[in-house]
Design a protein around this ligand. Sequence first.
Ligand code: ATP
Length: 193
Amino acid sequence: MTLRRLRLSGFKSFVDPADLVIERGLTGVVGPNGCGKSNLLEALRWTMGENSVKSLRGAGMDDVIFAGAETRPPRDFAEVAILAEDAAGDEVEIVRRIERGAGSAYRINGRDVRAKDVSLLFADAATGAHSPALVSQNRIGAVIAARPAERRAMLEDAAGISGLHIRRKDAEGKLRATETNLDRLGEMAQEQD
Ligand code: ATP
C-alpha cells in the first residue's frame, strides 16, 4: 500500500483543514518545535486504528480534537482521511472521525466499517498503527528493550501476517459458540427421547 495524501480537520493543532500530499520518493516535514510535525504522524497512526491514548500523548481519546486556543474556540470533532493506493493501483480512502463524547467511526471508500476492518486492511498490507515502518520518538529504545514475544509481533507485522492472527481468533470464537450450540442441541434431543 502506498500512502498518497493525508487530510486533517480539527485533529490536535490542525484546527483548519490541512492537506498533506505525499509525493513519490522522500517527503520531509520541517518546522519549528511544536508546529505539529509529530501530530501528523499521530494522525496517520490514529486513522490506522491506534487506540492507545498514551501513545497519542493524551489523557483521553477526545484529546485528539482541537482543544481551543486564545483566539479559537475548541472543535467538537476531528476527522482524518488517508488516501492510499493498494497493491493493484486502486485508490482507497480510509477515514476516522471522532465526535467529542461520542467516540470514533470509520469509513473505507465512503462505507461505514468497523475498527477491525481498518486494522485488517492495514495488517494485510504489512503496515498499520503499530507497524515498524512508523518510527515515532522513543520508539527505537522501545524496540531495543522489547521482549522476544513483542519482537516476534513486530516481525509478523512487517511480514503482513498479523491479520491472520486476528482472523484465527475470530474463527476460534465462532467455533466455540458453535460447539456450545451443538452441546445444547444434544441436550435438547436427549430430553425429547
Ligand atoms: P517538536 O519538534 O518539538 O517535536 P512538533 O513539530 O513535533 O514539535 P507536535 O508535538 O506535533 O510538534 O505538536 C505539538 C503542538 O500541538 C503543541 O503546540 C500542542 O499545544 C498542540 N496540540 C496538541 N494537542 C492539541 C489539541 N488537542 N488541541 C490544540 N493543540 C494541540
